[in-house]
Ligand binder design. Structure first.
Ligand SMILES: Cc1cc2nc3c(=O)[nH]c(=O)nc-3n(C[C@H](O)[C@H](O)[C@H](O)COP(=O)(O)OP(=O)(O)OC[C@H]3O[C@@H](n4cnc5c(N)ncnc54)[C@H](O)[C@@H]3O)c2cc1C
Length: 336
């Protein structure tokens, strides 16, 4: 493997948390590299049509915000490498960390690492889901795919904030009819968002069915479209078929931390515990930031704040690497 320059800090993941960490690290004159597995930085915010809750912007497109964040971090000298998926970290005898990328095709060396890996959409795993996803008939992102279902009947699954918000978005902007199901008697979403859904149901064709689950998505014989969805009442077990054109599944996120198991303590849901003030993990020199951190607020500004908090710890860490104290209760090994 060709020898690599030693970076002060390498940031795994160039979503909002990674970009914010990169901005602070590079502006502090640390030699900084961001490694991003996708072809573009930005993470989940790229999927967002408009952001209205990032301080300083009344309303800004997700893509535009990412572009500004990217320019800002590059302006201070950070390097950004895309299509680079980090898949392992090892420690050298001299204490530096080596990140393996794209299954060992490249390696990068750093004095500290900030992992800002974010999350991916959770799937239900029902029959027909992945087949119809490939056909473009199952989606996990209303902003990305809503426009493909203009004047169609869509089914939404889930009861959290995103689920209810996106059901309203689909119902009021695109769909001819929206059926909304959730497995509990009540939505988990904030009251104000649920009220928006019921308000939308007065002016648009919205059918809210509680408590229902999705059992299967049945394709047409040529597998190009959905023939119908099979839903079931949770209490009575009665099943119904719905002739829908698309299914939007909003049942949460999976943190992109699968490869960390064995390297770092990871909780049952895949989130990495860290000290919430410093973002220190159980492993000296490895910080975690953003949506993949246990207890993260799953918001853009909070992810940025995590990245900043981690970057601000670099100075103290470089001054006295031996002073790393994991303020964590985990007794899993973390001293590699
Ligand atoms: C549709 C949608 C709308 C949203 N709207 C809002 C909103 O209006 N306001 C708000 O505050 N929040 C919003 N959010 C949430 C917000 O986008 C997230 O909280 C935020 O993006 C989290 O930032 P992050 O950097 O932690 O993770 P992510 O944005 O998930 O970024 C993580 C990055 O790491 C990369 N990565 C993952 N694994 C690896 C690896 N092994 N190697 C290299 N790179 C890797 C990913 O490709 C990704 O680019 C929205 C989210 C979605 C999906």
């Amino acid at each position: 493997m060709a020898s690599q320059p030693l970076y002060d800090v390498i940031i795994g993941g160039a979503g909002p948390a990674g970009l914010a960490a990169g901005l602070y690290a590079a502006r502090d004159r640390y030699k900084t590299l961001l490694l991003e597995r996708n072809g573009l930085p930005g993470g989940q915010i790229l999927l967002t049509e408009h952001v209205e809750n990032y301080p300083g912007y009344v309303k800004i497109g997700g893509f535009e915000l990412v572009e500004q964040m990217k320019q800002q971090v590059l302006r201070f000298g950070a390097e950004l490498a895309v299509n680079k998926s980090v898949d392992a970290i090892t420690r050298q005898a001299d204490g530096t960390l080596v990140l393996s990328v794209n299954r060992g095709k490249a390696a990068y060396q750093a004095r500290a690492v900030i992992l800002a890996l974010g999350s991916d959409y959770r799937q239900l795993g029902v029959p027909g889901e992945s087949q119809m996803r490939q056909a473009g008939k199952v989606s996990y992102c209303a902003t990305c795919d809503g426009a493909f279902f203009r004047d169609k009947h869509v089914l939404t699954v889930g009861g959290g904030n995103t689920a209810v918000e996106d059901a309203v978005y689909l119902a009021t902007r695109f769909a001819k009819k929206t059926t909304v199901i959730h497995r509990r008697e009540e939505f988990r979403a904030q009251k104000v968002i649920v009220e928006e859904l019921y308000a939308a149901a007065k002016s648009h064709d919205v059918d809210i069915k509680l408590p229902y689950v999705l059992d299967a998505i049945i394709p047409t014989p040529d597998k190009a479209a959905i023939d119908h969805a099979l839903i079931r009442h949770v209490n009575t077990g009665a099943t119904e078929t719905l002739a829908v054109d698309g299914v939007f599944i909003f049942v949460g996120m999976n943190p992109n931390t699968g490869w960390l198991k064995g390297l770092l303590p990871v909780d049952a849901n895949g989130y990495v515990p860290a000290d919430p003030r410093t973002m220190k993990t159980a492993v000296p020199g490895v910080f975690i930031a953003g949506d993949c951190r246990q207890g993260a607020d799953m918001q853009l500004v909070a992810a940025c704040a995590d990245g900043v908090a981690a970057a601000l710890q670099l100075k103290a860490h470089f001054r006295d690497g031996g002073a790393w104290s994991a303020d964590l209760e985990s007794d899993e090994p973390g001293n590699w």
